[in-house]
Design a protein around this ligand. Structure first.
Ligand code: HAM
Length: 452
């Protein structure tokens, strides 16, 4: 038997009702903060992620689903041949398009492991900076080849948002950081999620980072030989990534490393200070966690994570931060930005007890009684559904007892009997399955009675 791939899963009812409830609530909240939806492709040029998330990160070095796209090679070759053919016909030298390299070339593509890089790519590609400040949100699947466990999947879903624009539009302001964090607190409260903790840190501006990296290298130099080979390499190439090393034996070394908070320069410290002040004034509680560096390279200044006690080992419900240099790193104009992504799978886990409560059960189950009644029941159902009533249909071959049993099992509020007699008189038996009460109702009063 063919089964779903390890780390992927089918989302089934009734849980899908909870996913829909979450997404509808989230869309409402985004609307109130003037965010608009963006949908980017599921796969992108591999370089987009290696240049933004960073070569040394776990995501890029181990977890991406990447392949060489053969169709691209074919298309490029065909283009080249057409150009070679035309050039020969026109008696000119073919343009640079025809090169052996290109003929042999394929394009490396990757299933998106996250969506910030793609949003910034789209920002650059469509010149979104012209509009000033862009507040964009997305909901969709991401892919990482991680070891599957509770709350960690290879296909998982993120609800994310990014605020990006030229500095003249205020995109650099600490007010943006605070607004994002306040939005998140509101969102979690609206969804009924209690007991979360906001961990907040500043990982410094570009200058501070250079100084901090130097200090980390210096501190790691005498001890790095004792570390896991992966961490040893990082200690040289990208020392900040040493904090992602999970090997228990390396933890005492990591614990003694210098802290970024000691390296923040004055403007950066002030920015962080202002974020905290606004948060205090709007009553959003936070915890300063100076070891929080985040597992992606594009971050600068504010970095944060929200954790939730009920989630077990994978307790980060969401993460985010500033990425002021990302647009430039991808060849775009200066465009400071800040954003977050919520792990929707984890959000659902922390709300799973509400799943039953958000499922809309049938308002009425129509039981057609006797031969030829299916077509009459279908007409009745059509009439009622026009009034936004949830209708489930039985079958004329069922006995009444069986129909009522099915209706109860489905959790229907009413059962409506549609037999020859009812149709000829235009008066129907409507049974309230909660109270057991049965009433005779005229056809034109059915919708109103069911909705009451
Ligand atoms: P991230 O911390 O890599 O950040 O992911 C954000 C959230 O996605 C995590 O906190 C977690 O809830 C969820 N998540 C990550 N990996 C998995 C997985 N394998 N299974 C289930 N859930 C997972 C980012 O992706 C950044 N793009 C966030 C961001 C947006 N920063 C700025 N803007």
């Amino acid at each position: 038997m063919i089964k779903a791939i390890r780390g992927t899963r089918d989302l089934l009812p009734p849980e899908t009702a909870l996913w829909n409830f979450i997404e509808a609530t989230v869309r409402d909240v985004f609307r109130a903060y003037n965010f608009h939806e963006i949908r980017t492709p599921i796969f992108e040029d591999t370089q987009l992620f290696s240049r933004s998330v960073g070569e040394e990160t776990d995501i890029v070095s181990k977890e991406m689903y990447t392949w060489e796209d053969p169709q691209q090679r074919y298309l490029q070759m065909r283009e080249s041949y057409v150009e070679a053919f035309n050039a020969q016909k026109e008696g000119r030298t073919p343009t640079g398009l025809v090169s052996l390299e290109l003929l042999a070339g394929t394009q490396s593509l990757t299933l998106r492991p996250e969506n910030t890089a793609a949003v910034v790519r789209a920002y650059i590609e469509h010149n979104l900076g012209q509009r000033g400040l862009n507040k964009l949100y997305y909901i969709g699947p991401q892919f990482r080849r991680e070891r599957p466990q509770k709350g960690r999947y290879r296909q998982f879903y993120q609800i994310g948002a990014e605020v990006i624009g030229p500095a003249t539009a205020g995109s650099e302001s600490p007010a943006r950081d605070a607004e994002i964090l306040e939005l998140l607190a509101t969102l979690l409260d609206r969804l009924g999620i209690r007991g979360w903790t906001l961990h907040l840190n500043s990982i410094g501006c570009a200058n501070d980072r250079a100084k901090y990296n130097e200090a980390l290298r210096k501190a790691l130099d005498p001890v790095k030989d004792k570390m896991d080979p992966d961490c040893q390499r990082r200690a040289v190439t990208n020392p900040l990534r040493v904090f992602d090393c999970k090997v228990p034996a390396d933890q005492p070394i990591i614990e003694k490393l210098p802290r970024i908070s000691e390296f923040l320069d004055e403007p950066c410290r002030q920015h962080f200070q202002q974020v905290q002040e606004i948060l205090k004034s709007v009553g959003v509680e936070f915890q300063l966690t100076d070891r929080l560096v985040r597992g992606l390279d594009y971050y600068t200044r504010t970095a944060f994570e929200f954790t939730h006690g009920a989630l077990g080992a994978q307790n980060a419900i969401l993460g985010g931060g500033r990425y002021d240099g990302l647009s430039e790193a991808l060849g775009g104009p200066p465009a400071p930005g800040i954003g977050f992504a919520i792990g929707e799978d984890r959000l659902v886990m922390s709300l799973s007890e509400t799943a039953e409560a958000v499922v809309r059960k049938p308002d009425v189950y129509i039981a057609p009684l006797g031969p030829g009644m299916n077509k009459e029941a279908a007409r009745l159902a059509r009439e009622l559904r026009r009034h936004d009533i949830v209708v489930e249909l039985g079958d004329e071959s069922f006995r009444l007892k069986k129909s009522l049993e099915i209706a109860s099992k489905l959790g229907a509020k009413h059962a409506l009997i549609a037999g020859e007699n009812e149709l000829s008189t235009g008066v129907f038996s409507l049974k309230n399955l909660g109270t057991g009460e049965q009433k005779q109702i005229a056809r034109d009063m059915l919708a109103e009675t069911i909705q009451r």
